[in-house]
Design a protein around this ligand. Structure first.
Ligand SMILES: [Zn+2]
Length: 278
């Protein structure tokens, strides 16, 4: 599954002010938050934030936007710095952004990014680990980069909530989509969760992807050996991808203490769906 990252041309990036003299450290993936209120939704607002970041960074002496990749609450990811997403993030210019930087706009001191954004973050990190040949322990918060950042003493980036979630991100990079249970459609297919509410899973996410240019109606049905109940219906826009935590939805229809729950996903257009147990 190719990683989808929106190119610079879409957000109207200006060219860098000079050519990077070298490609810097590839020994880590550095997670940032924006520490701002730029966790906007919608492509128009997202591209405005991208241009704003680039303007701000270049006004402060960088040759380009710092970040290699920026991930919004929608799950859309944008290429930041010119060239490969994995080129030097400014470390050669006296900033603290050494390594491959991934930024999630917004402030994650006391809340987490959206599940869709976290999902994308896992994919970007997985891609980075493979590209650089790194192990998951090299996924770091900006605050962990004191060895490279002379301003690190007061650094709380990427926010306490997101920082505390990084062990989970590291773990999830080791679970590939291929390991998950695929639900091919439009043929409907079920997956049985044994003991879904007793096991140690923090969450069970259903991820659906519309792989056509037409809207795609999705119906999720569950049964616990009793009547089938629709737990959710939604429409996916063309090429849209949605992640949902399904345990609360199952509980909401009155199932929750049964030893096994199965869910069935039905879609009207060709799509992919899979479940991920955390
Ligand atoms: Zn940072």
């Amino acid at each position: 599954m190719a990683l989808e990252i929106i190119p610079r041309s879409v957000w109207g990036a200006r060219p860098p002010s000079s050519t990077p003299p070298h490609v810097a450290s590839k020994d880590r993936i550095v997670i940032h938050h924006g520490a701002d209120n730029a966790d906007v939704d919608g492509i128009e607002r997202e591209v405005a934030v991208m241009r704003g970041y680039q303007d701000y960074h270049m006004r402060n002496g960088a040759i380009d936007i710092y970040y290699g990749v920026v991930i919004f609450p929608s799950g859309r990811a944008y290429v930041g710095r010119q060239g490969s997403p994995f080129t030097n993030n400014g470390g050669a210019y006296g900033t603290h952004h050494l390594g491959f930087g991934v930024c999630l706009p917004g402030n994650y001191m006391s809340k987490l990014p959206t599940p869709t954004a976290l999902q994308k973050l896992v994919e970007v990190c997985r891609f980075g680990l493979t590209t650089f040949g790194l192990t998951p322990d090299r996924i770091m918060g900006h605050r962990d980069c004191g060895d490279l950042d002379y301003r690190n003493a007061t650094n709380s980036c990427p926010g306490n909530s997101l920082y505390n979630y990084l062990p989970e991100i590291r773990r999830l990079t080791q679970i590939s989509e291929e390991d998950s249970i695929m639900i091919p459609s439009p043929v409907q297919k079920s997956h049985v969760f044994p003991d879904i509410f007793q096991q140690q899973y923090k969450a069970v996410w259903l991820v659906t992807k519309n792989e056509t240019a037409a809207p795609n109606k999705v119906t999720v049905v569950c049964t616990a050996g009793k009547a089938f109940k629709a737990i959710d219906t939604y429409t996916l826009a063309p090429w849209e991808r949605v992640s949902k935590e399904i345990k609360p939805l199952i509980k909401a229809v009155g199932y929750g203490s049964e030893p096994a729950v199965s869910i069935t996903v039905q879609t009207t257009e060709v799509s992919a769906a899979y479940v991920r147990e955390l």
